[in-house]
Design a protein around this ligand. Structure first.
Ligand code: UFG
Length: 328
């Protein structure tokens, strides 16, 4: 069985591609390399193209059985500054991909969604039935596409799983691939970089949140645990269990455990054996105090739970960072 992985040269897509291959699937990566990296696609067939390019997609879709769609812009702050960019790619481009897949006869679709669809929820942990009220264009674009998948499943029999990631972090244990973003804005790589002699100090965004130590709490999930959940989602679609619910499922992917920014800093110090230089700055606009998943549905429907903890996340990210800095 062959799977098209859009955004397969990106951080999460490249890890999912390896997990699929380990499970015996044939994998074709599709990426326009606007945010992806050729080195993350090494060892795989990579078709360079945009998800909005129907002509480019058509022959590729003709030879696969399912789509995993990762290709998206994913900076919350940028989406507020430049919503046009986000709606063009994450909605318009994604719809072109979806329609092309449907036209090619594909009926199985796995989508990278985000906890950003919940906005600033009142309760914690967050279950899937929590109202979806995104507070930025990035979250709105993800919710739009989830809704499209739901409508397509009712109308056209497309079967889909939307996976709502909490905070993806860490790297493949092989050290061959890991987190690469340009610019890097995420806490784990920035905290690790701040422990190196030449790395900039970490700015902690706010220490006056209503949380135990005053810093934001997030649910950090290892990228390979995410990757495994994608394989499970595909198997769920293959087994045909979702028929009754109209065939579209949305599932949180998190550990169910929250960690504060300061706890991540401590984990980074343990992994590197060096202090993380940091300053305390003001809150970053739009950051909710606490985002933690209720992962029960992923366990009951997909049989999936996270296997790796914060220490595993940070140590694998550190191994990747060391290897990456020595090889580049
Ligand atoms: N943080 C800092 N300093 C930094 C970077 C981050 O203190 O330099 C803090 C943030 O305030 C936040 C936590 O570390 O409390 C995690 O921040 P990240 O930027 O690593 O991740 P976000 O929680 O902002 O973003 C994640 C995903 C997005 C998704 C969002 C949903 O990366 O794709 O959750 O809210 F949209």
């Amino acid at each position: 069985m062959a799977i098209l992985v859009t955004g397969g040269a990106g951080y999460i897509g490249s890890h999912a591609a390896r997990a699929l291959r380990r499970s015996g699937y044939e994998v074709v990566l599709y990426d326009n390399l606007s945010a992806g990296f050729r080195r993350l696609a090494q060892g795989f067939e990579l078709v360079e193209g945009d998800i909005a390019d129907e002509a480019r997609l058509r022959p590729v879709l003709a030879r696969v059985d399912a789509v995993m769609h990762f290709a998206a812009h994913a900076y919350v702050g940028e989406s507020v500054e430049n919503p046009r960019k986000y709606f063009r790619n994450n909605v318009l481009g994604a719809l072109t991909l979806l329609n092309s897949a449907l036209d090619a006869g594909i009926r199985r679709f796995v989508f990278s969604s985000s906890c950003a669809v919940y906005g600033v929820p009142e309760q914690s942990p967050i279950a899937e039935r929590t109202p979806r009220e995104p507070v930025n264009p990035y979250g709105a674009s993800k919710l739009f596409f989830e809704n499209a998948l739901q409508a397509y499943s009712r109308a056209y029999g497309l079967r889909s799983v939307s996976l709502r990631y909490f905070n993806a972090a860490g790297a493949d244990e092989s050290g061959e691939i890991g987190e690469l973003h340009d610019p890097e804005t995420h806490l784990v790589p920035l905290a690790l970089a701040a422990s190196t002699p030449n790395g900039p100090a970490l700015r902690i965004y706010g220490s006056d949140y209503p949380t135990p130590d005053g810093t934001c709490v997030r649910d950090y999930i290892h990228v390979n645990d995410l990757a495994d959940a994608h394989v499970r989602a595909l198997q769920y679609l293959e087994n045909g269990v979702g028929e009754k619910s109209g065939g579209s499922l949305a599932v949180n992917l998190g550990t169910g455990r929250g960690h504060s920014v300061l706890e991540v800093v401590q984990a980074a110090e343990s992994a590197t054996g060096r202090p993380v230089r940091r300053t305390i700055g003001p809150q970053r606009p739009g950051d909710p105090p606490i985002l933690v998943a209720d992962p029960a549905k992923a366990q009951s429907v997909l049989g999936w739970t996270a296997k790796r903890n914060l220490a595993d996340i940070v140590s694998s990210a550190w191994a990747w960072m060391q290897k990456n800095s020595s090889s580049s």
